[in-house]
Design a protein around this ligand. Structure first.
Ligand SMILES: [Zn+2]
Length: 72
C-alpha cells in the first residue's frame, strides 16, 4: 500500500467529508477502483485511529523499558 499525492479533482471519500482529496491511498492487488481518496484532515484522523489501535503496545513496552532504565 502506498499513499500518493492526489492531483485530480476528487472529493474525500471518507464519511460525509466534502473536502478536496489531497491524497490517494493505493492498494495492491485490488481491481480497477483501487484507490481511496482522502483529504489531509481525514488522513490524519485515519492515522490517529490506526495509531490508537496499533501503537499503544509499543509505547507501553517503551515506557516500561524506560522506567526500568530510570530505576537503574
Ligand atoms: Zn476528508
Amino acid at each position: 500500500m502506498e499513499i500518493d499525492d492526489n492531483t485530480t479533482r476528487v472529493r474525500c471519500e471518507l464519511g460525509a467529508c466534502k473536502n478536496r482529496a489531497e491524497h490517494a491511498i493505493r492498494f495492491d492487488r485490488v481491481g480497477i477502483r483501487s484507490r481511496l481518496y482522502v483529504c489531509d484532515k481525514c488522513l490524519r484522523e485515519l492515522y490517529e485511529a490506526i495509531a490508537c489501535k496499533i501503537v499503544p503496545k509499543s509505547i507501553e513496552t517503551a515506557k516500561k523499558r524506560g522506567a526500568k532504565k530510570e530505576r537503574k
